[in-house]
Design a binder for this molecule. Structure first.
Ligand SMILES: C[S@@+](CC[C@H](N)C(=O)[O-])C[C@H]1O[C@@H](n2cnc3c(N)ncnc32)[C@H](O)[C@@H]1O
Length: 346
């Protein structure tokens, strides 16, 4: 493994997850029962079905434009896009108006997605520059938590950034370096240190939010951002590594575990506000899915099924909406133009 000796936390995470030689997302399929974690689209297809109905309704709220982009950010094993496309086929006019994009970084996941999806209908991109500037809906399911973060802490009047020391192969460790927080704030054009003594944020996340917001603002559209996270003003240290469905040490088995963090939705809300002209709405996964009719849909598809199939449908539904499982921790955020009063699901 080739790594520099001392790296800021975000560079270390980025290499661990996305290095061409050993990055976690670059070589295997981490999703599902046999992988390291499972995401909502792989728990139940009802999840993506609810999102497909939401997308059609949102598109109508924009005046049903004839030319339109649907962009999925970080499509994983392609399961959500598969169900979205299957559902959209029931609405042929709409299906034909849409350009489908997947913005994906991992070549091995792109291969898995291509095997699963209609290659002709989807355009794969590695960033948002190639996306036509027309009304667009962006869907980000567990995308932002997969982007590398920086961490800063305040001691007295000074700010320090977290780094990783990789000099001794047997004993990697964290250390801190004094920094000028104003320089960082100037770079991202956002005052992150206001009322904080600890900061956790992703520069790349802000870059994506900024680019997406500008497209939405100028050409109409929205971002549906779904992730685990919290909404308190004070930021917390939520950095974690997961392997085989369990938490592990971030500095051990590099490239073999997923490194992630919880989204601070309050921070995202303020970032959006600063751009102007846009607003964000937030709700829990439970609220969104119930408002979109997931219970009713479960009832319909479980009719005429045997006991085991029925039990499986409801067991999976419970995982998605139960407050002790994904129902509360996972949140849905909608970013859209202030003038658009669309509220479905929120
Ligand atoms: C946690 S996975 C979520 C996958 C999928 N949305 C799901 O919910 O199952 C994160 C995804 O984002 C992709 N990704 C991470 N950073 C990216 C970037 N900078 N640009 C595009 N895709 C990225 C990963 O390769 C992976 O497909």
């Amino acid at each position: 493994m080739r790594m520099h000796n001392k790296l800021p936390l975000d560079k270390f995470i980025d290499l661990s997850l996305y290095s061409k030689d050993f990055g976690y997302y670059m070589k295997k399929n981490p999703f599902g029962k046999d992988g390291d974690f499972i995401t909502s689209p792989n728990i139940s297809r009802l999840y993506s079905e609810m999102i497909s109905i939401w997308i059609i309704s949102f598109w109508q709220s924009l005046g049903s434009p004839k030319k339109f982009n649907l962009i999925e950010l970080g499509a994983g094993d392609g399961e959500m896009m598969k169900v979205l496309i299957e559902s959209f086929k029931n609405f042929p006019i709409f299906f034909n108006f849409f350009n489908f994009f997947i913005c994906e970084k991992s070549p091995s996941l792109i291969n898995i997605q291509k095997r699963k999806l209609l290659k002709k209908k989807i355009i794969w991109v590695s960033n948002l520059k190639r996306i036509k500037k027309i009304p667009s809906i962006f869907i980000a399911n567990e995308f932002f938590d997969a982007l590398a973060i920086k961490q800063f802490l305040k001691k007295g009047n000074f700010w320090f950034e977290k780094f990783v020391n990789l000099e001794d192969k047997k004993k990697y460790f964290f250390f801190e370096k004094k920094i000028d927080i104003k320089k960082i704030e100037k770079k991202i054009n956002f005052k992150i240190s206001h009322n904080q003594n600890f900061i956790e944020c992703s520069e790349l996340g802000f870059k994506y939010l900024n680019e997406i917001s500008k497209i939405i603002k100028t050409y109409k559209g929205g971002l549906l951002l779904i992730d685990y996270g919290y909404n308190e003003k004070k930021m917390k240290n939520t950095l974690q590594a997961v392997s085989n469905h369990k938490y592990t040490n971030i500095l051990k088995n590099i490239g073999k575990s997923d490194i992630t963090h919880n989204i601070n939705f309050n921070l995202f809300k303020n970032f959006i506000k600063k751009i102007g002209g846009l607003e964000s709405n937030l709700t829990t996964q439970k609220e969104f899915l119930i408002k979109m009719g997931i219970k009713h849909r479960a009832e319909i598809i479980s009719r005429n099924q045997n006991f085991y199939k029925k039990a499986d449908i409801y067991y999976r539904l419970e995982r998605l909406i139960n407050e002790k499982q994904m129902g509360h921790l996972f949140k849905f955020m909608l970013v859209k133009n202030k003038k658009n009063k669309f509220k479905l699901g929120f």
